[in-house]
Design a protein around this ligand. Sequence first.
Ligand code: C5P
Length: 313
Amino acid sequence: MKSYTLIAPAKINLYLEIVGDRVDGFHELVMILQSIELADRVTITPNQIPAFQVRCDRVELADEKQNLAYKAAQIMRQEFPEEFANWGGADILLEKQIPIAAGLAGGSTDAAAVLVGLNLIWNLGLTQPELQDLGAQLGSDVPFCLLGGTAIATGRGEILDPIISPHGLWVVLAKHENLAVSTPWAYQTYRQQFGHTYLKDASEMESRATQLHSSPLMEAIAHNDTVKIAQNLYNDLEKVVLPEYPQVQKLKESFQNASVLGTMMSGSGPTVFALCESRQEAERVKTKVATEMADAAIGFWITQLSGNGISIQ
Ligand code: C5P
């Protein structure tokens, strides 16, 4: 049986609006999600034993049972018990490039890669929507990680409407290496502080998604107007994360001082990203922010937007 190495890209949020509460305890969101080329490598090797083993090059992820990649394998085992009984499990190697607990969907994209890999190894022939349904059981970002590119995401984030990806933008990412923001904390805090603004009515919530279609950001994406895209980035979670984590606020200000096209925290943070017109410009911004922040514990990455979800290497 063949082994597969998959490329699993990270994502950033170009837009994240929290519109209300859901009966399942999650939030109703309206987002624009965008894949970037910064990616993990996920190698899945059939092991012909009745178990999955996850190995990772980062000690923080040593507890394999907590890893979303392991949970993805377990879902496949439950859904396809015959294939598991016939072919056995797999050794899953995660080679991380995407920072952990960063708001970049690193865990979700590794899980998405496991779904794709086992679909291939067990020759299941699952379609993209079928994989996305399985992915939604693992986390709100997993369906998008499977699809990739650029998409409007609604519901919990799992209802996807793909749109044409912008091109010609470079991304500088920066994250304090020792800082992690809990996503449940960010959403709960948002509910405590802004719950009174939540829309109550399902049709009102739906109309928020419709309104996004005619927003300046969507218009900018449709015309590939990179300056306007960068000027219209939006993330509601900044309202709770930036006051609680002044280091993240400072990082964003430092990007603003470097005259980037636009800058925003991704997802629930703490990664801050900036959009630039060229690689050269991205390098200049990185050097300027690194010098201004003068903190060796801040990691920087330069990458581009990507049109891909999970792909075979
Ligand atoms: O779906 P995922 O496991 O990534 O979500 C992590 C946490 O983020 C959830 O437990 C929830 O607290 C919060 N969340 C939310 N509404 C969403 C997505 C996530 O409240 N649509």
